[in-house]
Design a protein around this ligand. Structure first.
Ligand code: PEP
Ligand code: CO
Length: 481
């Protein structure tokens, strides 16, 4: 995790109420008419219908008293890294769960998710020779947008599952009732997850000399796992060579990695309660994660989510599905990054295989022509979901890879830099997506189908994808240099 001095810590706003902005924190750089609660005057989609408003107010008040989870200075550092991505000098790997679970936020589970991210990043960094900016969908990815507010089974209708920050997945009235005490549980789980990630990434676990240890046994026995062992052997040899040359392979840059956290900024009350002013710059930061994004279902220009995100200074993302137009993308650029700060805005395309040239091409051209600096990212997951006859949501590895290929091709054609990929993965040996090096068959999906929301690539499939993506990245790099 990034390091920061305590002087960078964001302070609490003196007035915690949402409707009255604390005047002393207003800076010249603050977005006009914005304050952390200004979203409440706009239509906010995807918010739960909390049955107990007094309990909600009490949880939000408690959250406002809690310390920030991340520091403003760390978020700024991520913006700088992403600025290098804009300039074609680095690539982003953003990956993690579709929906994190309170119960599965165990030490082993967190470690295994980290292992896959580290493995994927080192494969891409080694093969393409480029810095990989690592952003986890982790330590806060607890809220899910849903296509319907309710779910009906056998004639019984209950509120839909909206992620562990709101309710539980069991189809029972008590489990499905939105429960505001979960906001505090989400904060606590995010804090514990982040604490462990900071320990792992700074305490020697992410040391490049541990590169073999990131290969879990069930991954090591796969073809991708064996290929990884060869690559790790190459890294060992390179480190020995560097040591022999007298270079310091004991330096902290070899022993630590920077892993940033991110989640969809969906539950605006929660995000607002963790929004604080930075004591150094006086700017507002959403201190629930380093990076936040607005989802495909809540990205309306005059909606509450865009209103909230336009005023926080974190790096932010916006998902763009197949119906997004070039005009909408440009309007989002103007609203979310009017000062055209490189690294501030990531546009995340999730259009589906076969649709990239048609749906993403015009957006790519319009935003480039307008001179907006954006990180272009491909989410090859959300446009390629389908349900089996048994009703299991899945994705085919080939469709995921095809969308990534089309994305690289679109950038090669436009002469622009393909900045990153955004994936739903897990460190476990789940069976949720079909295909990959193992040719996981549809009939095997129910063997270990554990996701609470969308199907994730398992650790073997994730490593497979990293090798294939690194080949595309290596040729994009050669083409652009
Ligand atoms: C997600 O990233 O899990 C998600 C819901 O994405 P989208 O907003 O693109 O559908
Ligand atoms: Co998802």
């Amino acid at each position: 995790m990034p390091t920061q001095t305590l002087s960078d810590e964001a302070s609490s706003p003196s007035d915690p109420s949402r409707s009255a902005p604390p005047v002393e924190h207003t800076t010249a750089k603050q977005a006009a008419g914005w304050h952390p609660g200004s979203w409440a005057d706009r239509p906010a989609g995807q918010q739960p219908d909390w049955p107990d408003r007094a309990a909600l107010a009490a949880s939000l008040a408690e959250l406002r008293r809690r310390p920030p989870l991340v520091f403003a200075g760390e978020a700024r550092r991520l913006t700088e890294h992403l600025g290098r991505v804009c300039a074609g000098k680095a690539f982003v790997l953003q990956a993690g769960d579709c929906a994190e679970s309170f119960e599965l936020s165990t030490a082993d589970q967190i470690r295994d998710r980290l292992k896959v991210i580290l493995q994927m990043a080192v494969v891409m960094q080694y093969s393409a020779g480029l810095p990989i900016v690592k952003v986890g969908r982790i330590a806060g990815q607890f809220a899910k947008p849903r296509s319907s507010a309710t779910e009906t089974r056998n004639g019984q209708t209950l509120p839909v599952f909206r992620g562990h920050i709101v309710n539980d997945i069991a189809f029972e009235p008590a489990a499905r009732a939105p429960d505001p005490s979960r906001l505090l549980q989400a904060y606590g789980t995010a804090a514990a997850t982040l604490n462990l990630l900071r320990a792992f990434t700074r305490g020697g676990y992410a040391d490049l000399r541990q590169v073999h240890d990131w290969n879990q046994a069930f991954v090591a026995s796969s073809p991708a796992g064996r290929r990884y062992e060869l690559l790790a052997g190459g890294i060992d040899a390179a480190l020995r060579f560097m040591t022999a040359c007298g270079l310091d392979t004991d330096a902290s840059i070899m022993r630590q990695v920077e892993l940033y956290t991110s989640h969809e900024a969906l539950l605006l009350g929660y995000e607002e309660a963790l929004t604080r002013t930075d004591s150094i710059t006086g700017d507002w930061y959403d201190c629930s994660a380093h990076m936040l994004w607005v989802g495909e279902r809540t990205r309306e220009l005059d909606g509450a989510h865009v209103e909230f995100l336009r005023g926080v200074h974190n790096p932010i993302g916006a998902k763009l599905g197949p119906t997004a137009t070039a005009g909408e993308a440009l309007a989002l650029c103007e609203a979310l990054n009017p000062n055209r700060v490189p690294g501030r805005l990531t546009l995340i395309s999730r259009v589906g295989a076969g649709k990239v040239a048609e749906c993403y091409g015009p957006i790519l051209r319009a935003v480039t022509d307008a001179g907006h600096p954006v990180v272009w990212q491909c989410d090859p997951m959300h446009g390629n979901t389908y349900s089996t006859e048994e009703g299991l949501k899945t994705r085919h590895f080939d469709a995921i890879l095809a969308e990534i290929r089309e994305y690289f091709a679109a950038h090669a054609a436009a002469g622009t830099w393909p900045g990153g990929i955004h994936l739903e993965i897990t460190g476990d040996a789940v069976t949720e997506c079909v295909g990959g090096g193992d040719e996981l068959a549809q009939e095997r999906l129910s063997d270990r189908y554990e996701t609470m929301c969308d199907p994730r690539l398992n650790a073997r499939q994730s490593l497979d994808l990293a090798f294939l993506a690194s080949e595309l990245l290596a040729s994009a790099r050669t083409g652009s240099s």
